[in-house]
Design a protein around this ligand. Structure first.
Ligand SMILES: [Zn+2]
Length: 455
């Protein structure tokens, strides 16, 4: 029985009945949280001194296209319409399976480095099963906990071929993946479906895909933003057909009406927002506040490292700041003054990247808080660093002060993957070099292709 005792930390459990514990202990046994309390005696346990640390649940990144890691920063100046053209119809088509594997591996490792212990990897550049397998291999090698959302690419239609929006999600691939790659729910890796949904497919394809996900008991996640929806009344029709349910996840959702949001929330649909890329690319304002007004909470994601950084602390801070800016402006306009106090607390923002991420993945019984019986996914954040002292409010410190430089240790399923500020993955340098080679080759190939078309 392997036991680890994380001793004397400032424990932010994010469990409403346990709260925060000064000088708290977390006992980890066989990959799970065995107990949270004070001054445990655990003879034989490996003791981790956490006196200078905030101990918090591992972060959950609820939406990221990890395959774009080798293209960091290339989309920084693009609108979403440029992004579709240049990324999906351009760069994406130049990826080999090996490019997907190395990008997913290094992207997932960086997530761990930043304090993320669970990643919703939304892989939609997989024109062949080999690309799909490569993405899964990259996640597996990183040892992150992840849901691999199996998607489909969005190239420009070619003569004689059906455009992507008329192609249903491939049932045979889902069956193959479940049979060969995703056995039990206890594994670190599980499967979800990254479907087109009515914003990006015909209604008939959306119906097929919703039914497929439901048949296999999988979460079906879909984008809803960008250019006009392909089927503007698709959500209402799917709802009326009884197909919207708590296995559906919508990413962004900026242009949905309040009525549509309520209709979906009433049916258990979850929402994952990526406020930073939404502001960068032109999706519109994140719907954080509109969800809150309807009694719901979002989960958050990085979305694109081709556009923004992979650090979930930054994502939470962006989400909090942008919504408070909106709330403050609304209050001034409506009431002629600021609200009496801030409209959203930092602790609530912390819930978006912990418990709400777990809920989106339907893993709230396993991850998201430091609760006995859950998986031992946690982070140790140095509270004595130059940017962290003095520590008055640990949740506020995590959301408003902390960044990846403060992430001292990261544990996933009871195993440290980062310790004393260093990733424990062996051979990191060679993997980084492979990523660089891959990213440079893809950019060079695009250049060659553009030159060939120009002549
Ligand atoms: Zn996305």
């Amino acid at each position: 029985m392997a036991e680890t005792l994380i001793r004397g930390g400032l424990v932010v459990t994010m469990d409403s009945s346990l709260g925060d514990l000064a000088q708290g202990d977390v006992l980890v046994r066989d990959g799970q949280i065995a107990a949270v309390g004070r001054q445990f005696s655990a003879p034989g346990a490996t003791v981790i001194d956490a006196h200078d640390m905030i101990v918090a649940p591992g972060l959950v990144n609820a939406h990221m296209h990890t395959w774009q890691t080798g293209l960091r920063g290339v989309a920084a100046n693009w609108t979403i319409l440029e992004y579709f053209k240049k990324m999906h119809a351009g760069l994406a088509t130049l990826f080999t399976p090996e490019d997907i594997r190395i990008a997913t591996l290094v992207g997932a490792l960086n997530q761990i480095n930043c304090g993320t212990t669970t990643l919703a990897d939304w892989c939609h550049n997989n024109p062949t099963p080999a690309h799909t397998d490569a993405g899964i291999d990259g996640l597996a090698e990183s040892q992150i906990r992840a849901v691999f959302f199996h998607g489909s690419p969005k190239p420009d239609p070619k003569p004689g071929q059906k455009p992507f929006w008329e192609v249903p999600h491939p049932r045979s691939e889902v069956e193959r993946l479940l049979k060969t790659r995703f056995g039990s729910r206890d594994q670190l890796l599980t499967l979800g479906l990254a479907i087109l949904g009515p914003h990006y497919s015909t209604y008939e394809v959306a119906v097929d895909d919703f039914k497929l996900a439901r048949e296999f008991g999988l979460i079906a996640s879909m984008h809803c933003a960008g250019a006009a929806a392909r089927v503007p009344d698709g959500w209402d029709r799917l709802g009326e057909a009884g197909l919207l349910g708590d296995n559906n996840n919508i990413v962004h959702g900026n242009d949905l009406t309040d009525q549509q949001l309520k209709f979906m929330l009433d049916r258990g649909v979850s929402f994952s927002l990526t406020p930073e890329t939404e502001m960068f690319q032109g999706h519109g304002f994140a719907i954080t506040g509109r969800l809150r007004d309807l009694g719901a909470q979002p989960s958050l994601g990085v979305d694109l490292e081709s556009c923004v950084s992979g650090d979930m602390f930054t994502v939470a801070r962006m989400a909090l700041a942008s919504q408070k800016a909106f709330d403050n402006a609304r209050s001034k306009q409506r009431d002629g003054k600021l609200p009496d106090t801030g409209t959203i607390t930092a602790r609530e923002a912390l819930s978006w990247i912990t418990v709400e991420g777990a809920r989106m993945l339907k893993m709230q019984d396993r991850i998201g808080s430091l609760t006995p019986g859950k998986q031992a996914d946690l982070i140790l954040v140095r509270a004595t660093d130059l940017n962290m002292q003095p520590l008055h409010d640990p949740a506020a410190a995590l959301v408003t002060q902390a960044g990846l430089a403060n992430v001292d240790s990261v544990m996933i399923a009871g195993e440290f993957r980062k310790r004393h500020g260093r990733m424990l993955f062996t051979d990191l340098a060679s993997r980084q070099q492979q990523l660089v080679t891959s990213g440079l080759r893809i950019m060079r190939e695009l250049e060659t292709r553009l030159q060939a078309t120009a002549h």
